[in-house]
Design a binder for this molecule. Structure first.
Ligand code: ADP
Ligand code: MG
Length: 504
């Protein structure tokens, strides 16, 4: 059903260097699981709560406390895996990643290094109509988030807020299949869209609920193809990892800067040191945070407090049966079922709420007309109204549908419909009743239109002569008749009558 024929974009080539260089990018996206409770405790995950008010003993690393796995988080990770067309591992296991940091009271993070819950999947990244890149997912594992150290509240003290400690994250690791800054942003955007459709992560990047570590390397043309054939990373350049990016714009800027930095070093005869870097948005630069040589030895080992996680295929099947229609499928269906362009279909399916709104309007009505009204009038009006959300639209799908029906029936013209839309938007009410009560109905009665046409012709003999010599000027008469009828005359009928009466 899903038409997956698409063209693959060319890799981004960095201009201005001595040689051609291609970019290779792999992303590790941390997505906070939409769960009310933490991964191993019953403490709340509510954002913005009083500092240290959502902390269970186990989150605070109290001795003797045992983690208890949250089944809901596991179900959401499985759902995410299924949504990314990935393998689900019926057996997975948790490991301890040991390091010391004040916001990590346990002294280790519980993660899944050796046996992640989700294996290989894929994301189709749209890069324009008919152009897309298939990015492979390597794995998704469940892990705990750390707390937050606060250094800028007091000149002499640092504080720590453990509310986020132990919140469930899904780390979604891509293969290095992304080939440019725009693709990296589009990949994060598509992933975010899928997670939001699935309801497994709210995708709120400002709150840090979706953030990415961006791995960047450069290579000469041909090297990536050799990697693809052999899956041998040795063909690729050495990568640097830019940590914790939570803005699409900064992701692009950081990749662009990083690629140029690496190329300059390589063309100068130097070599790239594998390291972790941070992006500074004020300076537009990345800078070194720590190199891999001096990187921590995390001394991963299986967490002795947790048994391997065993799930049943039947449970996975139940989750699979509950999956919603996903963006690619929905967009394809909108194109075929409602006759929309790819572009309109992708605008309408960007958010699941907009898609649902559109479908309610289009059901049993003209799909293209519904799409035009939702995209041009409704979206435009909501944007002007302080970027109001579609879920908070003052015009319901039934009301907008009512307006469209009035146009289709010929009761109102498109122009009057815009006035009517504004009335419904600001005052509410049933569109048909408003049209009736305020006398907004279009005049389709040819007798009345004819009288108006006759009157304008009789009163303007000079214009009549001109129009007879130059039929293009007939439009002037149409305009006069529309004016005389308060814009309510059926434009098609007016056009025909004017042409007939002028003998054009
Ligand atoms: P680590 O935990 O050391 O960062 P992972 O294997 O978990 O290592 O993640 C590595 C990420 O870096 C993956 O997204 C992978 O696709 C990407 N990656 C690996 N090699 C390269 C490379 N040469 N260039 C760009 N990205 C790379
Ligand atoms: Mg990494």
């Amino acid at each position: 059903m899903l038409d997956l024929t698409y063209e693959t974009p060319k890799p981004k080539v960095i201009a201005g260097a001595k040689h051609d260089w291609e970019l290779v990018i792999g992303l590790e996206v941390h997505a906070q699981v939409s769960s009310k409770a933490k991964l191993f405790s019953g403490a709340s995950t509510q954002f913005g709560a009083e500092p240290n008010s959502n902390v269970a003993f186990v989150d605070a690393g109290m001795p003797g406390m045992l983690p208890v796995i949250n089944e809901g988080c596991v179900a959401l990770a499985v759902k995410t895996g299924l949504g990314l067309k990935a393998e689900i591992n019926l057996t997975s296991a948790f490991d301890r990643k040991n390091y010391f940091y004040p916001d990590l009271p346990q002294g280790y993070q519980i993660s899944q290094l050796y046996h992640p819950i989700v294996g290989e999947g894929e994301v189709l990244v749209d890069m324009g109509p008919g152009v897309a890149r298939l990015v492979r997912i390597e794995r998704i594992h469940l892990e705990q988030d750390a707390g937050k150290s606060i250094h800028d509240m007091d000149p002499t003290m640092s504080f720590v807020d453990l509310n986020r400690t132990g919140v469930a994250l899904m780390e979604i690791v891509s293969r290095p299949d992304i080939r440019g800054p725009e693709e990296a942003a589009a990949y994060v955007g598509k992933l975010r869209q899928i997670l939001r459709y699935l309801g497994t992560c709210d995708g709120n990047m400002q709150n840090g609920n979706l953030r990415a570590d961006v791995n960047v390397s450069v290579c000469r043309p041909g090297a990536y193809e050799r990697y693809q054939e052999t899956q041998d990373f040795g063909h690729l350049g050495t990568r640097c990892e830019i940590k914790n990016m939570n803005s699409m714009r900064f992701i692009q800027a950081a990749i662009d800067y990083e690629a140029r930095r690496q190329i300059a070093i390589l063309e100068d005869g130097g070599s790239i040191v594998q390291e972790t870097r941070l992006y500074d948005p004020d300076k537009g630069e990345t800078r070194s945070m720590r190199s891999k040589e001096e990187a921590h030895d995390y001394r991963y080992f299986p967490c002795p407090d947790l048994l391997p996680l065993e799930i049943e295929q039947a449970w996975v099947d139940d989750i699979a049966a509950s999956l919603p229609e996903l963006p690619d499928e929905k967009r394809a269906r909108f194109v075929t079922a409602f006759g929309l362009s790819e572009y309109d279909a992708s605008v309408l399916t960007a958010e699941v709420e907009s898609a649902a709104y559109f479908e309610a309007v289009a059901e049993g009505r003209d799909g293209k007309m519904a799409a035009n009204w939702v995209i041009n009038e409704l979206f435009g009006r909501l944007k002007k109204d302080d970027d109001r959300a579609i879920t908070d639209s003052p015009v319901s799908p039934a009301q907008l549908g009512g307006i469209i029906e009035l146009i289709t029936k010929g009761d109102i013209s498109g122009k009057i419909a815009k006035d009517l839309f504004e009335i419904v938007y600001t005052e509410g009410g049933d569109p048909a009743k408003i049209v009736e009560d305020r006398g907004m109905k279009q005049v389709t009665d040819t007798g009345a239109i004819e009288a108006a046409v006759d009157k304008v012709i009789a009163e303007n003999p000079a214009q009549v002569e001109k129009a007879k010599a130059n039929p293009k000027l007939a439009g002037w008469f149409v305009g006069q008749v529309m004016k005389a009828t308060g814009g309510k005359a059926n434009p098609k009928a007016v056009n025909e009558l004017v042409a007939a009466k002028l003998g054009l």
